[in-house]
Design a protein around this ligand. Structure first.
Ligand SMILES: Cc1cc2nc3c(=O)[nH]c(=O)nc-3n(C[C@H](O)[C@H](O)[C@H](O)COP(=O)(O)OP(=O)(O)OC[C@H]3O[C@@H](n4cnc5c(N)ncnc54)[C@H](O)[C@@H]3O)c2cc1C
Length: 385
């Protein structure tokens, strides 16, 4: 079916990204996976290419686009090549919407220009060792100093993508205890300078997949955060999270769809080349049927993410819509990628084959950004259950 979500500008951007991946990512990717992060210079290159500024208004050095479709193109192209841009999707797809919507003019002037160039990389820290799905249960606190000039931040976060390399982290914390009527009240976001005294980065976590993105444990001991670095209003951050999570979840859904589409592409190529019992693997009826099923699944996923993309750009993507897109695509992508790996036989289990990376990388899409169970709860609630 002809796809209608992308126009000529998106397709021209796709070509640029594809060439950039071929020259600047693919030759180095194995090394980045081994070291567990992408080099800092690479983020500067992404900045130079304009990737970080797409949705940033022109007065702060960006291109002023308002569509999420350029992000979608990057997601598709990285999956197609079996690579990633490290933790940079968190910088653009997760952190930027908070800065654009809730930062003051003064904060935008301070933060957005270096955000665009890649000199100031960002991450977002919601999850804590003791709480992930239940964000209202977070324990990290920020107490306003008596003279009202700064907050004193104490606590710990975990699983923070890009947390090792970030220059500023959007730390979700309690500036007031929960109220008896509303346990979501009292949460704020501080945009913390990672060079502050008392701020420390623990282990870079050793993960099953996503080997080239650094994932950190962070801890805060009496970190002084100037009041000028509070994002939005004190105590209102839970509603900000609720507002922004649909875009994050659509981004994950897009990634899952793109990985499944890429897996079918890799399997399609492989089964034509590999011979077994003197015949190409592609010649077995089982292979044709498995790949036909996978193709039909990928087509269905594409229809879902394309519709959700249009809804997001139109400002109409509801939390339940995004949850539904994430649940459907991430659960189905896992099945598709597993079948495509099976068609590779033993080679599919070797990390030098991109299908094995996809298999490992896609697993987390059912966990982060809210687990499948949390997605089901959101959808069920929207059904009045
Ligand atoms: C690679 C990676 C990168 C990440 N990056 C970030 C990041 O950049 N920033 C950030 O803040 N976080 C990040 N996370 C954290 C991620 O969002 C959480 O892991 C996720 O939200 C789940 O929280 P948890 O791990 O505490 O699991 P838990 O909340 O402890 O869940 C454990 C199990 O209980 C189930 N469960 C929970 N609630 C319910 C319920 N109501 N009904 C039924 N079952 C339920 C869950 O579905 C799960 O199966 C990342 C995680 C990973 C693995």
């Amino acid at each position: 079916m002809r796809r209608t979500v992308f126009n000529e500008d998106h397709e021209a951007f796709r070509e640029t990204i594809r060439d950039f991946i071929a020259t600047e990512v693919v030759p180095h990717y194995d090394e980045w996976e081994k070291q567990g992060y992408v080099p800092r210079d690479f983020y500067l290159k992404l900045g130079e290419l304009g990737v970080f500024g797409i949705e940033v208004p022109e007065e702060y050095g960006g291109a002023g686009e308002t569509s999420f479709k350029y992000n979608a193109v990057i997601t598709e192209e990285t999956a197609r090549a079996g690579v990633s841009f490290g933790g940079s999707s968190v910088h653009t797809a997760l952190c930027l919407p908070y800065l654009l919507k809730y930062a003051t003019e003064e904060q935008k002037r301070r933060w957005l220009p270096p955000f665009v160039t890649g000199e100031m990389m960002t991450a977002i820290a919601m999850t804590e060792p003791g709480t992930g799905s239940d964000l209202a249960g977070m324990k990290t606190t920020a107490k306003l100093s008596e003279d009202g000039t700064h907050y004193v931040l104490n606590g710990a976060k975990t699983f923070i993508t890009g947390g090792v390399q970030a220059d500023r982290v959007l730390v979700c914390c309690r500036t007031a205890p929960p109220s008896p009527e509303d346990r979501r009240a009292g949460i704020s976001i501080l945009v913390v300078d990672t060079k502050s005294e008392g701020y420390s980065v623990g282990r870079s976590l050793d993960k099953l997949g996503l080997k080239s993105s650094d994932t950190a444990e962070l801890s805060f001991t009496d970190v002084k955060v100037p009041v000028e670095d509070l994002l939005g209003e004190e105590g209102k951050a839970f509603s900000y999270l609720t507002h922004n999570l649909p875009q994050e979840r659509l981004g994950i859904a897009l990634g899952a769809y793109a990985q499944a589409a890429a897996a079918v592409g890799f399997a399609h190529e492989y089964v034509k080349e590999r011979t077994v019992f003197g015949k190409p693997v592609a010649s077995f009826q089982n292979t044709k049927f498995v790949l036909a099923d996978c193709k039909a699944d990928v087509d269905a996923m594409q229809a879902v993410v394309d519709r959700a993309l249009e809804a997001l750009d139109a400002g109409e993507l509801t939390p339940a819509d995004a949850a539904s897109a994430k649940l459907f695509t991430t659960e189905l992508a896992a099945k598709v990628i597993d079948k495509c790996l099976q068609l590779h036989g033993g080679y599919g289990y070797m990390r030098e084959y991109p299908i094995s990376r996809l298999y490992a990388d896609t697993r987390v899409t059912r966990i982060y950004g809210g687990t499948s169970e949390v997605m089901r709860s959101i959808i069920a609630k929207s059904m009045g259950l």
